[in-house]
Design a binder for this molecule. Structure first.
Ligand code: F0G
Length: 457
């Protein structure tokens, strides 16, 4: 059969409020033209993030009822720990309330001012947690990963030569650990090859630098390895994941992605001293080490979700949805980051709207046009989010102006995807009518969340 069906049927529904164009124009106006300030209810299709927005399975809902809410040493904790041991074979396991809590405690316990942490690309919370303790976060992605139009596999790979040069120039003593993010979210959701993880580990071993995997989308990465890397076609996703973690000394995880849960995260490590320090701060910040800020029922849900994310049929379906959109956009000549990522399609707003200058934020123009046309909520990853200022305070645009359409797991069906594609097509046809924006209010930090925009005519 040609059609890859959703490998589940629907037992419970959540209504979508269908809005008219004039209602959406009013909603956006009320939100000062910033999509983050629009009520979720007013978004027919919400593609703001794939994080914590997935639908749980019957087994997960059933597992919730088994939640053991004991403060210490609960049954649910035992299940959580043994599931993570089964997948990763890493010694110490600590639950956290989400990924950034693991990052924060890792950074606080292992870094000091002046230290440096290389990564293929840091996610923004990872970078912020590293910088918050006075250390530096450096991205060492391959050049291929920086070119949105280049269609090659494994564009999330770390550049090995850049890594080795970076270690030589910085000095081992200033690099307490190196990270690798699978898949590479900020670089378009692109996967990292096993060969690359292995080679990174080889280099780090030579210098005695530990490897920490940011494992948020480890199961999607395992699927890409299965499909596109020689020697892995006959291995299960669980076996592939085990090999990935075999190269890691530690990992941070947001279970809101490939844990198929609405909340949760963890930190794992082999080093006893790292574990001791992590545990002590975990108790202070998150909770006792056997629940770490989560309810027993969350631990149950994550234990089931982590294994469901490694089911091959689920990943085939998930990838088919993303690829389906990519193929339709390609046929219409719409510019996007190629190949499609594991969890999202990234539209290239700069190429979509070439007449809008970078500092009139083409990404915002496109996000708002998609919302007005069809109630789709995407997110700008461009000059509003990543723009910088020079020493005179003059704004410097970001290298890329992208719009991320991130797909919640097991939430939208094929007809939702067909609808999204129709909306994008309509916006593409009328792209000349889209205008840029100027910022009329912005806070000091993380401006994209709360700033106000006004249309430039
Ligand atoms: N690392 C990566 C690669 C992520 O994508 C995220 C979250 C985190 C760490 C932090 O995890 O949200 O549980 O604290 N990404 C979400 C997104 C927010 O929309 O891409 P968290």
């Amino acid at each position: 059969m040609k059609t890859i069906i959703e490998p589940f049927r629907i037992k419970m529904t959540e209504p979508i409020k269908l809005t008219s164009k004039s209602e959406r124009i009013a909603a956006l106006k009320k939100a000062h033209n910033n999509i983050f300030l629009v009520d979720a209810e007013d978004c027919c299709i919400d593609l703001l993030t794939d994080s914590g927005t997935g639908a749980m399975s019957t087994k997960q809902w059933a597992a919730m009822m088994l939640g053991d809410e004991s403060y210490a040493g609960s049954r649910s904790w035992k299940k959580f720990e043994s599931t993570i041991h089964n997948i990763t074979n890493i010694k110490h396991v600590f639950p956290t309330h989400q990924g950034r809590a693991a990052e924060s405690i890792l950074a606080t316990t292992r870094l000091k001012p002046g230290d440096m942490v290389p990564n293929n690309s840091h996610f923004d919370t990872t970078r912020a947690n590293i910088e918050f303790v006075g250390a530096g976060a450096v991205d060492l992605l391959t050049d291929a990963g920086l070119d949105p139009a280049l269609e090659v596999p494994f564009k999330g790979n770390m550049d090995l030569r850049k890594l080795e040069n970076f270690i030589e120039e910085t000095g081992v003593e200033k690099i307490p650990f190196c990270m690798i993010t699978v898949t590479n979210n900020t670089g378009g959701g692109q996967p990292v090859a096993m060969e690359n993880i292995r080679a990174v580990k080889e280099i780090l071993k030579k210098y005695g630098i530990p490897l920490v995997i940011d494992a948020c989308r480890f199961a999607e990465n395992a699927y890409f390895i299965h499909e596109n890397e020689a020697g892995y076609e006959n291995k299960s996703l669980l076996e592939i994941a085990r090999e990935m973690f075999a190269y890691a000394d530690a990992a941070t995880m947001s279970c809101k992605k490939d844990g198929l849960a609405n909340i949760g995260g963890f930190f794992i490590c082999n080093n006893d001293a790292w574990a001791e320090d992590f545990k002590n701060l975990l108790i202070l910040k998150e909770g006792f080490p056997t629940y770490g800020g989560l309810a027993g029922r969350d631990l149950e849900v994550i234990s089931v979700g982590l294994m469901e994310a490694l089911e091959y049929d689920y990943q085939v379906y998930r990838h088919a949805t993303v690829t389906y959109m990519g193929e339709k956009l390609e046929a219409m000549g719409i510019p996007f980051v190629k190949p499609v990522g594991g969890h999202a399609v990234f539209l290239d707003a700069k190429a979509f709207l070439p007449d809008i200058p970078a500092l009139q934020y083409p990404g915002v123009g496109l996000v708002n046009a998609l919302y007005i046309e069809g109630g789709i909520r995407g997110v700008e990853l461009g000059s509003v989010m990543f723009g910088k200022r020079d020493e005179n305070g003059v704004e410097i645009p970001a290298n890329l102006d992208l719009v991320r359409l991130a797909f919640p797991r097991r939430v939208y069906t094929q007809s939702h995807f067909d609808y999204m594609i129709e909306v994008i097509e309509e916006v593409w046809k009328n792209r000349e009518e889209i205008s840029g924006y100027k910022i009329t209010y912005q806070p000091k930090f993380l401006r994209h969340f709360t700033c106000h925009f006004e249309q430039v005519n």
